[in-house]
Each structure stands twice: as C-alpha cells, then as structure tokens.
Design a protein around this ligand. Structure first.
Ligand code: KG4
Ligand code: ZN
Length: 342
C-alpha cells in the first residue's frame, strides 16, 4: 500500500485585476513560481484601457498557466486549490481570472479560494519572512492607499486611507503633466535620483491617519502653467528637479501619517506593500525612520511589490489552512473595500 505522509499543500494563484496577468504556485507557503506578463499597450494611451486589458488577459492566461505548471514539474492533479483575485479592480479583467479559476476548479474537482487584492498586497510582506507584531502596514498602490494595523498575521484593522487619489495615482497623474509615460511612478523614481527637491509643493492637512493626494496634482498643474508662461521649456529644463520635488512631497505625506500611527498604536514593526513600495526614496526614508525608532522593518522584495500572483497564492494558502473556501457561484467585484480581517 502506498501511504503518503505529510502531503504537500499546493495552491495555484491567479491575478488579473488590472493590466498584469500573473500565475503563481505556492507549496506549503513557499513560492515555487511567480510568472507575470505586463501589458505595454496602455503606455501610449496614458492609462489602462479596460477593454484592451481584458483581451490581453484572455490571450495570455492559458499559456502562462501551462508555463507555470511545466516550470515546477508538477501535474495539474497536484494542485489542491485555486486562489484568485475577486476584486477590487477592472471588472472585465477580474472576470477573465475568475472564470479561468472556476474552470480549473471544476475540471480538477478542487476548492476555489477568493482573495481581496488589497489583503493580498498587505500579506505579501509575510512571504518568505516571519514578522514581529503588532505591525503597521502601509499599502500604497495605483488604486489604493491604506494603513493597516496587524495584531497578528491574519487579524487586522484598517486605521486610515486616502480620501481621494491613491499615492500611485499621484505619481501617475503628476508624471503625466510632466510628459512621462504611464505608469509614471518608476520613471519619476529614476529621474528624481538625478534631481534635487528644490520646488516646494503643499502637503494636504487631513484628519487622523487619512490621506489626500488630488490637491498635489492641482498644485503641480497651476505651478507648471505659471512657469511655462515665463519659460515654455520650463519642464524640459527642470525635469529631474520637478520629479525629485514631487516625489519628495508624496513620500513626506506618506511617512508623516505612518509615523504618528506607529507611535499611537505602539507598533513594533513597519511594513510597506503595493506598487509604490518599490519607490527608492520611500524605502530609504522608511528604513531610516525605523532605525531611529528601533522598529523592525518589512519591505517586500521588488517582485512582490507590484501586482503578482505569488501574494494571491500565499494568502490562498493561509485561507486553505482555515478551509475558507468560496462557492463557485461568486462574481467578480470591481469595488471590494477592505475594512477588516476578511
Ligand atoms: O500595486 P500595483 O502594481 O497595481 C495596483 O494595484 O494599482 O501598483 C501600481 C502603481 C502605479 O501607480 C505605479 O506608478 C506605481 O505603482 N509604482 C511606483 C514605482 N513602481 C511602481 N511609484 C513610485 N515609484 C516606483 N518605483
Ligand atoms: Zn495592486
């Protein structure tokens, strides 16, 4: 008789909430593979075109799934469950991932696990590392900015968030005013390294641990219009300093609230997650703040910062252990607020 001792738990993760198609496999909590294809078509439109995004997911998802399975040398039958992003995101894009996930579940007769994309970004901190609690996590992406207070790995409260634009949007929208291609965050980060933050932009005053970023975009717009009246080449001549100045004020706003919340909540650790957590000034300044205050710091590796299926599969693994499965009749949710432990 063939007795299998301690069989491994293998979770397939699927992420298609926006413009990246990603498939990952996590086994017993360890990431075996994390494949991501980015859609470059949106660059020329200055933002994501939802219809193109869904079509691209349809074209790439099966090939990516087959590549992932092949790469780790597993058979589809070795998968125990499928974790998929249910929302928030672009409805058409989410539907591609969710439909594919349901078909894999049906064909293999395995459970479906639904994942809130924002919950997964925060949980990406714990892939490959154990954290010390209580921990404060700043999730900063293209669509969301949230401060989460984690009592432990699976229990958290949302203590603050943006009341208008997200931090990533602030990078993307001000970058667009400077003529940078979408998404402007990475380019602004690169250019800012060669500039100095000599232009002063106002910091929004917002109650509690909340944020506002749309005022910055307006301030930059009026500033540029004024300067360009005197010098039509103002942006070209000052591009690196403008990037450094805008990045500086965004990072300063993010850190100000994080610092206050960490003191108020007596946090032992600080983490950042989401696409903007790849920003070099934010990473450097948070490290410095943590050093000064003796807080432990958790920075996800760059491949887990932007949208990826590893974080979906990893959270799927934690939910699998709790047998937290979803019905195959669930639908995608374009709006899916993260309020507390789900
Ligand atoms: O988490 P993510 O990949 O997608 C969403 O869920 O939104 O985040 C994308 C956002 C974009 O706004 C992009 O400009 C920003 O992350 N981003 C950065 C950097 N890398 C990506 N922002 C600033 N500096 C970076 N290095
Ligand atoms: Zn994201």
């Amino acid at each position: 008789m063939n007795v299998v001792l301690n069989p491994k738990i293998t979770i397939l993760g699927i992420e298609t909430s926006c413009d990246d198609t990603s498939i990952a496999i996590v086994q017993d909590g360890a990431v075996l593979v994390n494949l991501i294809t980015s859609q470059w078509i949106h660059k020329k439109y200055g933002g994501v075109v939802p219809e193109y995004a869904s079509r691209f997911h349809v074209e790439s998802i099966i090939e990516l799934y087959e590549m992932a399975i092949q790469k780790v040398g597993l058979r589809p039958e070795d998968i125990n469950a499928v974790a998929v992003t249910r929302g928030p995101g672009l409805l058409g894009s989410l539907m591609v991932g969710l439909s594919f996930a349901k078909s894999v579940c049906l064909s293999l007769n395995i459970p479906l696990i639904e994942i809130n994309h924002l919950h997964a970004h925060a949980t990406s901190l714990f892939i490959d590392q154990k954290a010390n609690y209580p921990l404060l996590c700043l999730t900063v992406s293209g669509g969301h900015t949230q401060l989460l207070f984690f009592k432990d790995e699976s229990e958290f409260d949302v203590i603050g968030q943006t009341l208008d634009d997200a931090a990533g949007e602030a990078f993307d929208k001000t970058g667009k005013l400077l003529g940078l291609k979408y998404p402007a965050g990475p380019e602004m980060d690169k250019l800012a390294k060669q500039g100095i933050p000599k232009f002063k932009f106002p910091m929004a005053q917002v109650p509690k641990y909340n944020y506002r970023f749309s005022g910055l975009k307006t301030a930059v717009l009026y500033f540029l219009q004024d300067q360009q009246r005197m010098d039509p080449l103002f942006i070209e001549r000052n591009l690196t300093d403008l990037c450094a100045s805008i990045q500086h004020v965004i990072v300063k706003m993010l850190l100000q609230k994080l610092n206050i919340a960490a003191i108020d909540y007596k946090a032992r650790s600080i983490g950042i997650a989401g696409g903007v957590s790849a920003n070099s000034e934010l990473r450097a300044n948070i490290s410095e703040l943590c050093d000064k205050n003796n807080w432990n710091i958790y920075l996800p590796s760059i491949s887990y910062c932007t949208d990826n299926a590893a974080m979906i599969a990893y959270l799927g693994y934690l939910k699998y252990l709790k047998k937290d499965f979803a019905d195959l009749s669930i639908t995608a949710l374009a709006r899916y607020p993260l309020t507390q432990t789900q």
